[in-house]
Design a protein around this ligand. Structure first.
Ligand code: NAP
Length: 215
């Protein structure tokens, strides 16, 4: 799969790029400055990754990941809207406010804001609770779950397959309304990492068999 990571030069983007490349996907690392994406691909020695401006990266990709900060999320998505229409858009943004509080936009979640701004996109919320630090260390197994939600069941299934390709487990959390809960959970996980002085804590759904299929 050809995957564009917008804001791919940051911590989460770099970690995902490492795992996607290791799984044989083609990655385009998007940035506001294309040379930064190219430099990251070179620095990480990722032979199946290239750098590009965010809009160009999205245009070339089968699937787009939003890995940009919560601050400026709406403005950024509005700018990118023309190149996101019709695509599976995976939003990993955590609406983190001051003092590790949940600070969502009026739509209820950053992913819902993306869907409202790009109604033709197939928005899927995922990767919020997976630490960049864990992703970047390819020697470590991704023994965590990723909650996946979105109103397009095919989009959710595609993202769950993508997550499986990097050795983690995607758990189908249903429609996009669940994104508010998932994003709030991610705020909690950030706080746990701080409280326990860790940078790799995540979540696992207990007793869900590996071969379980959602209804
Ligand atoms: N870090 C984690 O462990 C983690 C885990 C799960 C989810 N998340 C979420 O994933 C997102 C990215 O996290 P991160 O830690 O990778 O963030 P980050 O390093 O702070 O930022 C990612 C990239 O976004 C670009 N950027 C910065 N400000 C921007 C703006 N105003 N408009 C457009 N692009 C901008 C920058 O790239 P250029 O300067 O190259 O354009 C930057 O390298 C956040 O929403 C975060 O909540 C993070």
């Amino acid at each position: 799969m050809r995957i564009a990571i917008l804001g791919g030069t940051g911590d989460l983007g770099r970690g995902l790029a490492v795992r996607f490349c290791a799984a044989g996907h083609e990655v385009i690392i998007g940035s506001r400055d294309p040379s930064r994406g190219t430099a990251v691909a070179a620095r990480l020695n990722l032979s199946n990754a290239t750098g590009a401006a965010n809009a160009g990266a999205a245009r070339e990709a089968d699937l787009v990941i939003l890995a940009c900060p919560h601050e400026g999320h709406g403005t950024f998505v509005r700018d990118m809207a023309p190149v996101l229409a019709g695509k599976i858009v995976v939003d990993a943004t955590v609406p983190l406010g001051p003092g590790f509080t949940f600070a969502p936009p009026p739509e209820g979640s950053d992913a819902a804001e993306t869907q409202a701004l790009v109604p033709d996109a197939r928005v899927v919320a995922a990767f919020h609770t997976m630490a960049a630090r864990l992703l970047a260390d390819r020697a470590r197994p991704l023994d965590q779950d990723v909650l996946v939600c979105g109103d397009d069941p095919e989009g959710r299934a595609t993202v769950i397959d993508l997550i499986a390709s990097i050795g983690a487990r995607g758990v189908d959390a249903g429609g996009l309304a669940a994104a508010a809960t998932v994003e709030a959970l991610a705020v909690l996980v950030v706080g746990l990492n701080v409280r326990y002085r860790r940078r790799d804590l995540g979540i696992r759904i207990a007793h869900l068999p590996p071969d379980a299929r959602p209804r």
